[in-house]
Design a binder for this molecule. Sequence first.
Ligand SMILES: Nc1ncnc2c1ncn2[C@@H]1O[C@H](COP(=O)(O)OP(=O)(O)OP(=O)(O)O)[C@@H](O)[C@H]1O
Ligand SMILES: [Mg+2]
Length: 235
Amino acid sequence: MPVISFANAKGGAGKTTAALLLATELVNRGSTVTLFDADPQKWLSRWAELPNLPRGITVVSETSASSIVSQIQDAHGSTDYIIVDLEGTENLLVANAVSISDLVIVPIQGSAMDARGGAKILGLINKLQKIVQKDINHCVLLTRTSPLVKTRAMKTVHDRLAANGVKVLITPLVERAAFRDLFDFGGGLAQLPEGAVSNLDKARQNAAAYTSEIRNLLLSATSRQRWTQKHKAAS
Ligand SMILES: Nc1ncnc2c1ncn2[C@@H]1O[C@H](COP(=O)(O)OP(=O)(O)OP(=O)(O)O)[C@@H](O)[C@H]1O
Ligand SMILES: [Mg+2]
């Protein structure tokens, strides 16, 4: 059961939106998801109280720095994915969640290219990797990008970060009203009524491509891990 955390010390980077889109897309494909709302602002807990809560999602609202690791371990056997939405800061709860994640996604606003908060979290990941003496699989997700931005311009941003050793998801999350509306309507993009918001089909395509990319990333990380374990055992 992969644990996926969303972290960025800078507030408003799009963590909660990205966590919610991933969770709702995964349950739409038949998986079960446990969502940890580890942000005191409790956006996900409030969303879960709205109508249209998709079947397969469980939201855990109460957590703390001292309990998050055991809570995640307890949820392990009973859900297909664990997704953790973290506060826009750097604290012990963030560090604990990051250190037991199979994948840490660092959303960074693509348009502003204000990567300072992201750089802080990437620094924290590096520090934790040294402490726990293992690699923490992580990548940057560009968020709120303009639908008008040409693929080539996105590729430049992508290549610039990659040149600095930062893994960046190929699919950015575009600025879409439909993503914002989920926090008013409840549910996921599948539950939004047709025609209720502009470009709903494009928003759905974007969220689907983003979810597929993360699933593939997790699958390749798992097969890499198995390969290493097999070869360690054989040697
Ligand atoms: N791709 C997007 N398209 C449209 N609006 C977005 C998108 N991503 C985020 N937003 C909006 O930007 C604001 C901040 O997003 P969000 O709450 O997801 O960020 P966050 O990183 O979780 O913030 P915080 O650090 O406060 O927890 C919200 O109003 C959200 O609706
Ligand atoms: Mg948030």
